[in-house]
Design a protein around this ligand. Structure first.
Ligand code: AMP
Length: 212
């Protein structure tokens, strides 16, 4: 099963992805997470990526597509998982076209695109309150999904979760990623999720869609 979460930054894709992947034994392929891992190597390439990410610009299609290809074609994914859940990829029409061909070459296709819809104002409020636990990767929100009290957590805020960067990321999303809605509408696999709801509700709705 190939599922894709499409929606602006901060619409709750990451949190929903974590739960759906566990429930369905899907491999969670978040290109943002892959890049954040790569940035830990502080060589020239790592610094180049870190710079782009900190401003909210996209990394070039060729780099991202290559990363994705290696994972989609790996034996581990084919044998140990029931499929892949894409979070934050594709983000451009070029990436979507690349993915379509890559999946077709591997006898697969996208089965579900969950489109997370939410207003910009809501997103800004939600993202500035987002915190991530370094140890587990769990995503919390100081307002809507606070971390448990007295838990042994090492919380941090993503450098690109500051208000001015978020506004630019939303702009990039509108220009580069919203054309994908038309791209997938043609094949009738898009399902809308109201992403202003609490995360538990979004997960419930996502699960119902995946039963279809
Ligand atoms: P995310 O964690 O999905 O919000 O991604 C964080 C940042 O990583 C984005 O703002 C981009 O700079 C970069 N990034 C993640 N996924 C992609 C992608 N599919 N194409 C280009 N850049 C990406």
């Amino acid at each position: 099963m190939i599922t894709m979460l499409l929606g602006p930054p901060g619409s709750g894709k990451g949190t929903t992805a974590n739960v759906i992947c566990k429930n369905h034994k899907l491999f969670s392929l978040s290109t943002g997470d892959l890049l954040r891992e790569r940035v830990k190597q502080t060589d020239g390439f790592g610094k180049h990526i870190a710079n782009l990410m900190s401003t909210g610009e996209l990394i070039s299609d060729d780099i991202i597509n290559q990363l994705v290809k290696e994972i989609v074609e790996s034996d581990k994914i084919k044998t140990e998982y029931n499929g892949i859940l894409f979070d934050g990829y594709p983000r451009t029409v070029q990436q979507a076209q690349f993915l379509k061909k890559l999946l077709a070459d591997n006898n697969q296709k996208v089965n579900y695109v969950l489109l997370f819809n939410v207003d910009d104002d809501f997103i800004v409020k939600r993202i500035v309150a987002r915190r991530i636990d370094r140890k587990t990767g769990n995503i919390y929100n100081l307002i809507t999904n606070p971390p448990p009290e007295n838990a042994d957590l090492d919380l941090y805020q993503r450098p690109d979760d500051k208000e001015e960067t978020i506004l630019h990321r939303l702009d990039v999303y509108k220009k580069q990623t919203t054309p994908l809605i038309d791209f997938y509408k043609e094949s009738d696999i898009i399902y809308e999720v109201d992403a202003s709801q609490p995360v538990e509700k979004m997960i419930e709705i996502a699960e119902k869609i995946l039963e279809r």
